[in-house]
Design a protein around this ligand. Structure first.
Ligand code: SF4
Length: 196
């Protein structure tokens, strides 16, 4: 396992791609998992703040995600219990509108199968955003449709919208999410954390 963590940490497959972005940044994979983790957070890709900190979800999205999960920071960053494995390990850069580019698909194609193969103790998978949902559920349905159908996957898999401020309007338009999905998610997180 440390070999795999080290291998990903040294990955430079996207060096040329990132050099062509406006930020012209270098690859800096944010790798955060251990074999014994019980909960998998399958996210999208680090943003610029996480790229700088080298620690996943050290941003307002992380605050909202931890609130949804009912976890404090100590629990969330305990790698022996929580693995945080995004669809791409590096910040992808910005598009012309200043939004984050989508995660480079080469990352999941290269690393996802070996990483998930190591995480054999996972009992709860949280799919944060459309990219993770498409990959894990092999679906082309919209994020809203997938999240609305959360009972099809619970209690072992929970699809969520991305906790970014960009989805605040979505959360207001879909109050059932915080009323129905979040309590069920928190109960499952508490159960797995208690056993773990
Ligand atoms: S995003 Fe993934 S594939 Fe690309 S350089 Fe980073 S670790 Fe490698």
């Amino acid at each position: 396992m440390p070999d795999l963590v080290n291998e990903i940490s040294a990955c430079e497959l996207c060096r040329d791609r990132f050099a062509r972005t406006e930020t012209a940044h270098e690859p800096r994979p944010v790798v955060w998992f251990r074999r014994e983790a019980k909960i998998l957070i399958a996210g999208q890709a680090p943003g610029a703040r996480v790229y700088a900190s080298g620690r996943p979800f050290t941003d307002p999205s992380g605050d909202r995600l931890r609130a949804w999960l009912g976890m404090d920071e100590a629990e969330f960053y305990d790698r022996s219990r929580v693995a945080i494995v995004p669809m791409a390990f590096c910040f992808p850069g910005y598009d012309a509108k200043g939004s984050d580019l989508p995660p480079p698909t080469i990352c999941a194609r290269t690393w996802r199968t070996p990483v998930l193969g190591e995480l054999s103790e996972v009992r709860l998978t949280v799919l944060v955003g459309a990219a993770a949902q498409r990959w894990h559920l092999q679906t082309s349905r919209s994020m809203t449709d997938v999240v609305r159908g959360w009972r099809e996957h619970a209690p072992h898999v929970f699809p969520l919208p991305h906790p970014s401020w960009r989805n605040t309007r979505w959360l207001k338009a879909n109050p059932w999410f915080e009323l129905e999905v979040i309590p069920a998610l928190r109960a499952q997180v508490a159960e797995v954390m208690q056993d773990g």
